[in-house]
Design a protein around this ligand. Structure first.
Ligand SMILES: [Fe+2]
Ligand SMILES: [Fe+2]
Length: 298
């Protein structure tokens, strides 16, 4: 069952409410499954399909933290779409650097959109009135006092500008969410803690902590990112927001999961009981109807 409200991609907020989700009936948590960096190649068909299908029983929503493919070719993303074909919960995604490698990220996005995957880089997503999701790919730049600054050559300023653009996009996306609980999805790491384990020489290429400012200011409930395959599974921001490195290798080796990590988010305790009640008889739309509603064509 995939209820949700999607926010208009071009600045207009177009919430589409489809009724209350089953997690409201089941308990006061939303279960979020997350994984990135599975790097599907053209010959990987069938590798992840069964494991992805299990998300329907284990979580209320699936987050993909980028690097879905090896080189971002149309053939590879077609394989990814087939791997996701049995997933019935909403899927949200950001792309990773590998998904840009072939210079066709728009083709990758098109295929994901056609599958009904919501691209957080384009607009935030509200699962229900309690929990919303914001996300961007993020970018490199480093951490702490060693963060690269926009000084010197124009190329350096452009590089840092890319990072700052991502920070602004994340801030705007978080601002648009009206839910009390906000979840952030990135590809690049926003803290150094979760890249620890990688060679120190490449830390600046694994993320940057300028992304922390909006995360802590908007008091995100949790952050998921990928990219640092050999980093550390769990860390936290200076503001105390838990951060999970859900690159597939970390999920398998550190969380002991087959493919995705499932994180339970408690719903706010002060919600009135009526807000938690089920609504039997609510008719939920099909994936095609939701996709049509999102595109504004129905
Ligand atoms: Fe990766
Ligand atoms: Fe990556």
């Amino acid at each position: 069952m995939t209820d949700g409200r999607t926010m208009g991609a071009n600045g207009g907020s177009e919430p589409v409410a489809f009724g209350r989700r089953k997690e409201d009936r089941r308990g006061r948590v939303v279960r979020v499954a997350a994984v990135g960096d599975f790097h599907v190649g053209e010959k990987d068909g069938g590798e992840y399909r069964e494991a992805f299908a299990r998300v329907n029983d284990e979580a209320d929503i699936l987050l993909l933290a980028g690097d879905l493919t090896r080189r971002g070719t149309p053939a590879e993303i077609d394989v990814v779409i087939k791997e996701l074909q049995d997933v019935r919960v909403p899927i949200l995604a950001v792309l990773g650097n590998h998904d840009h490698e072939s210079g066709q990220p728009e083709k990758v996005n098109e295929a994901l959109r056609a599958r009904g995957v919501h691209l957080l880089d384009e607009a935030p997503f509200e699962l229900n009135e309690h929990v919303g999701f914001a996300g961007v790919k993020g970018y490199m730049g480093g951490f702490g006092r060693y963060t690269l600054t926009a000084f010197g050559e124009q190329d350096t300023k452009t590089f840092v500008g890319t990072t700052l653009d991502e920070v602004q996009k994340l801030e705007y996306s978080l601002r648009r969410l009206s839910t009390p609980v906000r979840v952030v999805l990135l590809h690049y790491a926003p803290i150094m803690d979760t890249v620890m384990g990688e060679p120190e020489q490449i830390f600046p290429f694994l993320g940057n902590d300028r992304l922390l400012e909006p995360i802590d200011r908007f008091k995100a409930a949790v952050v998921f990112h990928g990219h640092a395959h050999h980093g550390t599974f769990r860390g936290q921001t200076p503001g105390g927001v838990p951060v999970f490195n859900v690159s597939m290798l970390r999920v398998r080796e550190d969380a002991g999961a087959e493919l995705f990590y499932v994180h339970e988010i408690p719903l706010p305790a002060d919600l009135p009981a009526a807000e938690q009640a089920s609504e039997p008889g609510v008719e939920h739309p099909s994936g095609a109807e939701r996709a049509a509603a999102r595109s504004g064509s129905a």
